[in-house]
Design a protein around this ligand. Structure first.
Ligand SMILES: [Zn+2]
Ligand SMILES: [Zn+2]
Length: 234
């Protein structure tokens, strides 16, 4: 079983983010409360499975929200993500604890895929369309309505849908195959090297052009010299 950190590392590599990034779980971060320079991304409507630690009752929810705060340090050429999964409580216990959900590996990969897209957009200024975000699939039927009284997200006011545009984007079905194609062409090196990393990008083409112009000038000079010598010898 891969952890959030394992899959995050894979996604960062797969989507050509050249700088190192780390992911940490942090249950203290809050919606819209950000340190300067930090960006926020909320993955809504993820599907998770819960189990009560007191009575072992199991339930599923398609309304699990995951909050991410992300920050890229230009000076240190690295990035950090804090992650908070909003918990739910058992409806069969009189005095339940908040339980953390489990996610399928596929859903974890999709959630982190969306996160890295947001990192590319917010921290590297790569254009990302709302439709590029992958829906976090429901892989089992969910019984009953959302129990707001026992949802940490509802208690903190994060379960409410923010804007209709974002809601419709979240419900847009995106073909699985197409998602891999989207970022294949992205090369983050120009932005990533702006501040401190050694340049390794298309300066070679510029060199080729200079060499070409220099070569042409040399040829012209050689011809002129030859003509001059020819006439002075006569
Ligand atoms: Zn219980
Ligand atoms: Zn809720």
């Amino acid at each position: 079983m891969k952890t959030w950190k394992d899959i995050f590392m894979e996604k960062v590599k797969e989507m050509h983010v050249t700088e190192p990034w780390i992911l940490q779980e942090d249950n203290t971060i809050q919606v819209n409360i950000l340190k300067p320079g930090w960006k926020e991304f909320m993955q809504r409507r993820a599907f998770g499975r819960f189990q009560c630690s007191q009575c072992w009752h199991k339930w599923s929810s398609a309304k699990v929200h995951i909050l991410f705060h992300m920050h890229r340090s230009r000076r240190q050429c690295q990035g950090a993500v804090r992650m908070r999964v909003f918990r739910q409580a058992c409806r069969q216990c009189p005095d339940p604890q908040l339980e953390e959900p489990d996610f399928s590996q596929e859903n974890m990969a999709r959630i982190l895929n969306n996160l890295v897209l947001k990192i590319l957009q917010e921290c590297y200024h790569v254009p990302v369309q709302p439709s590029d975000l992958v829906e976090v699939v429901v892989d089992a039927p969910v019984a009953g309505p959302h129990d707001s009284a026992r949802c940490e997200g509802c208690q903190l006011g994060v379960c409410r849908e923010p804007r209709p545009a974002q809601a419709s984007a979240a419900s847009t079905r995106v073909k699985k195959a197409s998602t891999h194609r989207i970022w294949r062409g992205w090369d983050l090196t120009p932005q990533a090297t702006q501040t401190c990393c050694p340049p390794s990008f298309s300066s070679t083409s510029l060199w080729k052009r200079y060499c070409c112009i220099g070569g042409c000038l040399l040829c012209v000079l050689a011809v002129l010299l030859f003509v001059l010598l020819y006439f002075t010898n006569k």
